[in-house]
Each structure stands twice: as C-alpha cells, then as structure tokens.
Ligand binder design. Structure first.
Ligand SMILES: O=C(O)c1ccc[n+]([C@@H]2O[C@H](COP(=O)([O-])O)[C@@H](O)[C@H]2O)c1
Ligand SMILES: Cc1cc2nc[nH]c2cc1C
Length: 344
C-alpha cells in the first residue's frame, strides 16, 4: 500500500481492503479474562477494551507506554453563512494557545501521560462554502487525507484524535446527514454556542448543502470531499493509517466521529479499531453514534472538541490493560474458582 494516495481510486482501494485485526489475540485475551481473580465479566466494559486493544495491536505487547494525541485544525468557508458564534480567526488563535500550553487539551494530555501534537491542515486556508460548491477539490481533499495519514506514528500504543475548526459542527452535521440521511434540523446543534437565529441559519445551510450535493453522497468519499473539511479529511486519513499500523484509536466527539464515519460507510468494520471516547453534548452526536451502532465510553456533558474526550478516556484503556496484564489468575493466587469452572 502506498504511504500517500495520488488518486481517490487509490484511497478507495486502501479503505476497502483493510486488515481485519488479530482474532486469535482477541480470543486469547478473552480466555485470560476468564481466569483472572474476579467473577467472570465483573470488570464490565474494561474487559472488552483490553480484548479490543489486543486485537488491533498487530501482535505487539499489550502496553500503553506511548499515547499520542493529535489535534487537526482547519477552517471552513460555510462560516460566511453565519453558522458559528465565533470568527474563523479563533482557529489560528487556539492553535497558538495549544502550542503555548494554555488549552484544556494541554492539561488533559498531561494528565493522561500523552504527547500532544497540533497539525494545521491546508495552512488553515478555508474550504469553499459548501452551500455554493464542493468544500474541496480532489487535490485538496487528497492532500488533507495524506497529511493526516502521514501524521500517525506506528510507534504509538494508542492514538487520540481531535480537531479545532470554527464552523466545523455545521460541517460534521452536513456530512452526517449526507452519509446517514436526515435534514438540517435533525443534525444541527449549538456547536461552540450559537443562538436560536444562528441555529436556524445552520440548519438552512446544511439543507442547502444537501440539496446541492445530495445526488453524490451515496459515495462516502465524495460525501467527505463535498460536505467535509480539511481537518475532517485529515482525521479520516489518520484513522486509516492507524488501522494499517496496528494503532488502536480513540475518537473525540461529534466532529471527530463524523470525520471518521466515511470509513464505516465504505466497510461495515471500517472503524472497529476505533472507539468513540465520549458522547458529546452536541445534538448530533448521539444520533451519529446510534447510526454507527457504537456506544461511547464516557458521557460527561463535554462539547469542547480538541481531543478532550479522547484524552480523558485514555486512562480507561490504561486501566483495562493494567488489570488484564497485571492481575493474578485463580491458579497463581490460590483462589478457588466458582462452581461452573469446577464442573468443567
Ligand atoms: O466535537 C464536538 O463534539 C464539538 C462540539 C461542540 C463544539 N466543538 C468545537 O467547537 C468548534 C466548532 O463549533 P462551531 O459552533 O464553530 O461549529 C470546533 O473548534 C470544535 O472543536 C466540538
Ligand atoms: C474558545 C474555543 C476553544 C475551542 N476548542 C475547541 N474548539 C473551540 C472553540 C472555541 C470558540
């Protein structure tokens, strides 16, 4: 597989011929879970998280020494429709804030023991307003996908993905509607705090985009190019690279999940190596998680973006792996097994 995609066809080939994970490693992890000193299943979802990590690690040891957080930043032409409470200039200002250590994600990355990197996509140039034409041309779309793809280190044990981009909850809503159906009012939420009039403008902009591009959105990559954005394309590229490199992924909130969703539309298991870290308070996220058939790990009422939920969920993965690898077995600890186990 090439390390960068020169054509949409090459990207489509890669996204539809995915590595399907190490089923034996997952089964071995599940078998170990049954002999650890606890009632079977009593660590609940932590057990499934450890098994998931085992499946998607490409045979490497189950450790969590290196956690990478990547925040992709981009700007959006649709902001001209009055869909955000904030000016586009805030995207670059927040990137500077990330670099100076002043944002929430700086603190949350530190607490998680993770390394944060910020990637400006397309040098923060805005996409075209998608109510007037496709958000990106093919070259711009592929460049953003390739930048995201190249940003992933195969050395990471876990990758937390997030974004920063004024206007991108409108983009995520339009893309979700394009991929899964529904209207502007179904998907639009208040993003970074838009008022009632702004919310109505947002729904109208999404509907205008759907009527302009709706004939093309049965192709998930065409939906991503026409209704997406640069940082969303980069997140999709990074998620694809992580699959290839055997790096399990934590996706952040609504925008990040929508960005990766085309991979699930191209392949029913296209996002199986990625967990949705939290259910964002942004209106569309619960709908999107349901459409994808996934249950987010946390529900803390966050609606920040910038990988905040992903960084918060990383310690859960750390805890799952610590229990899985560090606990004693019934045998080694001399603890009696239950009646079912004795009978078999
Ligand atoms: O991803 C989410 O769940 C999410 C929910 C609400 C807001 N955001 C962040 O807010 C910004 C977009 O908000 P808006 O209103 O400008 O579309 C962008 O920088 C996102 O990171 C992100
Ligand atoms: C201040 C601010 C910080 C953010 N972080 C992620 N998205 C954001 C949007 C705004 C407006």
């Amino acid at each position: 597989m090439p390390e960068s995609f020169l054509t949409i066809a090459a990207l489509r080939d890669a996204a539809t011929s995915l590595w399907r994970g190490d089923a034996d490693a997952e089964a071995q992890a599940a078998a170990r879970d049954r002999i650890l000193t606890k009632p079977p299943g009593s660590l609940g979802r932590l057990e499934r998280i450890a098994q998931w990590h085992a499946r998607w690690r490409r045979g490497r040891p189950m450790v969590l020494e290196r956690i990478d957080v990547i925040v992709f930043a981009g700007n959006h032409g649709v902001v001209a429709q009055g869909v955000s409470a904030w000016p586009s200039a805030v995207t670059a200002q927040m990137v500077e804030n990330f670099r100076n250590g002043g944002a929430a994600i700086n603190q949350l990355s530190r607490v998680a023991g993770a390394t944060l990197r910020v990637v400006e996509v397309a040098d923060l140039a805005p996409t075209q307003d998608f109510t007037a034409g496709p958000a990106m041309d093919e070259a711009g779309f592929l460049a953003a996908v390739n930048l995201g793809y190249a940003s992933v280190s195969p050395e990471a044990d876990l990758l937390c993905l997030g974004e920063m981009g004024i206007g991108n909850t409108t983009v995520a809503s339009a893309l979700s509607a394009g991929l899964f159906g529904g209207s502007g009012t179904d998907w639009a939420g208040r993003g970074a705090g838009i008022d009632d009039d702004g919310l109505a403008r947002k729904a109208r902009a999404i509907d205008a985009a759907l009527s302009r591009h709706g004939d093309f959105t049965s192709d998930p990559l065409e939906a991503a190019r026409r209704l997406g954005g640069y940082e969303l394309a980069a997140i999709m590229g990074a998620t694809l690279a992580a699959r290839r490199h055997g790096v399990p992924v934590l996706l952040d909130g609504f925008v990040c999940t929508a960005a990766a969703a085309p991979l699930a539309r191209l392949n029913s298991d296209g996002l199986d190596h990625a967990l949705v870290s939290h259910r964002s308070a942004e209106a569309g996220h619960a709908r999107l998680a349901a459409a994808l058939g996934v249950e987010p790990l946390l529900d803390l009422g966050l609606r920040l973006g910038e990988a905040s939920g992903a960084a918060l969920a990383a310690p859960l993965v750390r805890a799952a792996i610590a229990c899985h690898t560090g606990m004693a077995t019934f045998d080694s600890a001399g603890v009696a097994t239950n009646s079912d186990a004795r009978a078999s």
